[in-house]
Write a protein that binds this ligand. Structure first.
Ligand code: ADP
Length: 297
């Protein structure tokens, strides 16, 4: 039902008292290795909810690639579309200091080698999907080819993260464009307006059929050009332990429910609960809830 086209990374995390200055060496904690990347996060989040999910991505022929493939398969994701080789698996080198602040260096690796040709070769996978979800941790050409290659009835959900200038063709295909506050400001630039209620119509004016702005603990704002509606979906109040991956869980849940026939408002009302459930535990993929855990909220 859902096809995620995107990145797969190994997150390598070391805790430090403070970050090294140039030329300096500091000692840190034991290394923790976690499967991540926005594409792999989304497909895993959807599968954990019970969605029939496939992932189109590229990993290296290495241990990190095998870790990613294994965790996706264990969650029930169809990994036939995961290509192997061409470069090392993408890596995020993350140091976390005592105050909890992150410094991150990303090596896109194999994610940067997921080509438009790879997307064309996966045409049957694209044609079979009710909804395709994409992000921007893969080349923009590959995103554009995904937009062009989707079936006539396939709905496209795009989370432009990390934010980059988007071609009009890609913007026009989004239904919805899913952004957080930072991404909304980036896309709108100087004349963003006061806040989310101004951003939503301004984003719609750029071409997408619909727009969803996630607002952290405040939930999400949903604007649909078909109905002219603007709705605020409130997030359940939860104790936030770690918000890493909340946006990915939200987008995966939204895309899955749209594919199941929910309207945008219904799908977003479900997605804010999934996002809230995902901040209640440490980690990204580890914190993604099952349907039972969402229902219990
Ligand atoms: P991102 O992770 O991309 O920055 P947000 O922070 O907007 O995205 O979070 C995405 C969704 O996760 C929100 O719409 C909300 O449903 C949920 N969420 C995030 N933070 C919290 C929180 N502190 N309390 C409850 N829900 C949250």
């Amino acid at each position: 039902d859902l096809l995620v086209v995107g990145s797969a990374n190994a997150d390598l995390v070391i805790g430090v008292e403070r970050r090294p200055a140039p030329g300096e060496t500091v000692l840190g904690s034991d290394l923790a290795v976690h499967p991540g990347g926005k594409g792999a996060n989304q497909s895993l989040a959807a599968a954990r909810l019970g969605a029939r999910t496939a992932l189109l991505a590229r990993v290296g022929d290495d241990d990190h690639g095998r870790l990613l493939l294994e965790t996706q398969r264990a969650a029930g994701v169809d990994t036939d579309g995961v290509l192997v080789g061409g470069a090392p698996t993408g890596v995020a080198l993350i140091t976390v200091d005592l105050s909890g602040d992150n410094s991150i260096v990303v090596s896109p690796g194999a994610n940067g080698r997921l080509t438009p040709e790879d997307v064309r070769a996966a045409a049957p996978l694209l044609a079979a999907a009710r909804v395709i979800s994409v992000q921007l941790e893969i080349p923009l050409d590959t995103v554009a080819e995904t937009v062009r290659g989707r079936g006539p009835d396939t709905r496209l959900v795009l989370n432009p993260s990390p934010p980059a200038p988007l071609p009009a063709e890609v913007l026009a295909a989004c239904d919805p464009l899913v952004v957080n506050e930072h991404e909304a400001r980036y896309i709108l630039g100087e004349d963003a307006g006061e806040g989310p209620h101004d951003w939503a119509p301004a984003l719609l004016a750029l071409g997408p059929r619909s727009v969803v702005i996630t607002l952290g603990a405040a939930g999400a704002l949903v604007a649909d050009s078909r109905t002219g509606s603007l709705d605020h979906l409130i997030s359940p109040k939860v104790e936030a332990v770690d918000t890493t991956g909340a946006g990915d869980a939200f987008t995966a849940a939204l895309a899955w429910r749209l594919g199941r026939g929910d309207d945008l408002r219904e799908a977003a009302a479900f997605a804010v609960r999934v996002g809230a459930a995902a901040v209640m535990a440490q980690g990204a993929q580890k914190s993604f809830p099952t349907l039972e855990e969402v229902d219990a909220l």
